[in-house]
Design a protein around this ligand. Structure first.
Ligand SMILES: Nc1ncnc2c1ncn2[C@@H]1O[C@H](COP(=O)(O)OP(=O)(O)OP(=O)(O)O)[C@@H](O)[C@H]1O
Length: 582
């Protein structure tokens, strides 16, 4: 438990001054809670002595005592207010920072990381796990540290009056600490299981929601929801089983504290009967017996939750340690933008996809990559943008190995336009501005006009301020693609990677997209996964990819005359597009 508190304070390092000042306020607040009872007992004692004629109780004494009580009550609220003000927001501040840091980390890792770590795991880390830390972390530290400080403050008061009574309180606290140790140990064993169940539930939820359209179209609601229901059920069962395991430890914890309260009153009563302790002090101890362990009683929850947080911290630290692709990268300003693949081999995991590939794309030329599905076309594009690192050979842009750059410095030279466009749940303006953070409204409209999306944007309810659904759900496929082209036009990167649409887009939309692409690609170095005959025929160079190898390379006129996949491919495309070889 204290180990986890140490880890959390390690995370909140820059806020620890506030944390420790908060503890001091908490301790002082506990003293101020006990002081009025102590003063009342002292006053009562003096009044009894006065009534017996053993001492004279002056009015000033009464006045000072009552003033002291009022002051203590006032100070108690003041210290509690300061404590809350100092400590309450720390969890939120640390979690917010951490989320941003994880976001930065994810931007710099290889895309392979996301295959190993399910999206559900990452989502759980950024949402539920950081929320546990943000909402519970500080509260639990508060419960433990302030709970014990409160007990310590009152034990100090009790020790003034009776040492044996204070000793029995200490014994109760020590015995309860054994129970807390048991709770912590059990939590440490069960936390990973619960954690896994939560991750599975997050993963199942994401898959269920993402796959809803497919599920509905195949009428398979039953099968899909079963996986989600099973994950929800498993999570519930594990949590209930886990809670039952804590019952004996919780009981032992409460039993030791309640027994200590009873023992405290018993010892005080015995001392009062023996004449060692006066009646008022006995009354004071009776009052203390109700409140003394109040703060410590809730520590059992803290012991449990802190173990869960320990596991959360493991996960977050693990995520922070994700290897950066560009940890040795430099900011490089390029003078030329040719692309070279030099004996590149690459595979996802152990399965090699590209085998010893070599080609060069001269600056400001267009290279069309064609080949059967699964031959590795998209993989080539991913390697140019360094979404993954090659296993052998080198990919170079402007004469520099892509491994020499920081990710940001490399990607500022590259724009990518995919078939499956992702737009953010934000205004159209901000989605286009994503290409250039400081773009003015005029520049955005200019880019939208070039990308042939200005007219449809103006027809939307709020024009450029229309907020589009997550992933661009409220726009058609063609509209989404044109917005993504506007974004790329605005970025004005010298290297363009394009995945030409294969999906059946209506001729008008296709014509608009082609015009938009024409605007985007003027005077750029272009690598295009091509499907349209016109694109392929106009390309300066065509790479024919078969099973991860380049089997043909050249211009259309050179390739179409020789036997090979290219000829077959062209003839199929011609049939599909209703054209004939000339
Ligand atoms: N992230 C990934 N993890 C593992 N294997 C992958 C991954 N991405 C692609 N592959 C595999 O690598 C091979 C090449 O994929 P790639 O997407 O590059 O082919 P492609 O030629 O672009 O195909 P298509 O024309 O169908 O888009 C395929 O067999 C695919 O299953």
């Amino acid at each position: 438990m204290f180990h986890t508190i140490g880890r959390i304070t390690g995370w909140t390092k820059e806020y620890n001054k506030r944390l420790y000042l908060g503890y001091i306020c908490s301790f002082l607040s506990s003293w101020c809670t006990a002081a009025p009872i102590m003063l009342a007992a002292w006053l009562l004692e003096k009044m009894i002595e006065d009534s017996k004629g053993e001492a004279i109780l002056g009015r000033a004494y009464v006045g000072y005592s009552i003033a002291g009580m009022v002051l203590a009550i006032f100070l108690r609220f003041l210290f509690t207010y300061w404590k809350n003000k100092l400590q309450e927001s720390i969890g939120y501040e640390v979690a917010a920072k951490q989320r941003i840091q994880i976001g930065d980390t994810l931007k710099r890792v290889s895309l392979g990381y996301f295959s190993e770590k399910k999206t559900g795991d990452i989502l759980a880390a950024v949402t539920t796990e950081l929320s546990t830390l943000e909402l519970q972390g500080m509260k639990m530290i508060d419960a433990v540290v302030n709970g014990y400080l409160q007990v310590a403050a009152i034990i100090c008061f009790v020790a003034f009056v009776s040492f044996p009574a204070a000793a029995v309180c200490m014994a109760g606290v020590i015995l309860s600490a054994f129970a807390l140790h048991g709770i912590g140990k059990q939590s440490a064993e069960t936390a990973p299981v619960i954690h896994k169940a939560n991750e599975d539930l997050s993963g199942a939820s994401i898959e269920y929601i993402r796959g809803l359209a497919v599920v509905k179209s195949f009428g398979q609601e039953g099968a899909s929801i079963n996986y989600f229901k099973k994950a929800a059920k498993d999570s519930k069962n594990i949590c209930i089983k886990n809670e039952y395991g804590f019952v004996p430890w919780n009981c032992l914890h409460l039993f030791s504290l309640k027994s200590a309260s009873v023992a405290l009153v018993t010892i005080a009563a015995w001392e009062a009967l023996q004449g060692i302790m006066g009646g008022p002090m006995f009354l004071m101890i009776c009052f203390f017996s109700f409140t003394i362990f109040g703060g410590a009683e809730s520590i059992n929850d803290a012991a449990h939750i802190l173990s869960v947080i320990d596991e959360v911290l493991d996960k977050l630290e693990d995520m922070e340690k994700a290897p950066f692709l560009d940890k040795d990268g430099k900011e490089i300003n390029l003078n030329s933008y040719d692309i070279v693949f030099d004996k590149v081999s690459f595979g996802y995991g152990d399965r090699e996809i590209l085998h010893d590939i070599t080609f060069r794309i001269p600056e400001k030329t267009t290279t069309a990559v064609i080949g059967p599905s699964g031959s590795g076309k998209s993989t080539i594009c991913s390697l140019v943008a360094r979404f993954y690192d090659v296993d052998a050979g080198a990919v170079k842009v402007g004469g520099h190995d892509v491994r020499e750059f920081t990710c940001d410095s490399l990607l500022q030279n590259i724009s990518m336009v995919f078939q499956n466009v992702y737009l953010f749940r934000d205004t159209i303006t901000n989605n286009i501005r994503f290409g250039k953070e400081d773009a003015s409204m005029e520049e955005i409209v200019e880019a939208a006009k070039k990308a042939r999306c200005h007219d449809f944007i103006l027809a939307l309810p709020d024009g450029y301020d229309t907020v589009i659904g997550e992933g661009g759900a409220s726009l058609s496929g063609g509209e989404k693609q044109r917005v993504s082209i506007a974004r790329a036009i605005l970025k004005d990167a010298p290297v363009i990677i394009l995945d030409e649409a294969t999906a059946s887009i209506d001729p008008e939309n296709e014509a608009q997209i082609q015009t938009a692409i024409g605007e985007l690609t003027r005077n750029k170095t272009i690598i295009i996964i091509a499907h349209r005959l016109a694109t392929i025929e106009e390309a300066d160079q065509i790479l024919v990819l078969e099973e991860g190898r380049i089997t043909q390379q050249g211009r259309h006129e050179e390739l179409v005359g020789s036997e090979g996949l290219y000829r077959k491919f062209i003839s199929i495309r011609e049939k599909a597009e209703g054209w004939r070889i000339v």
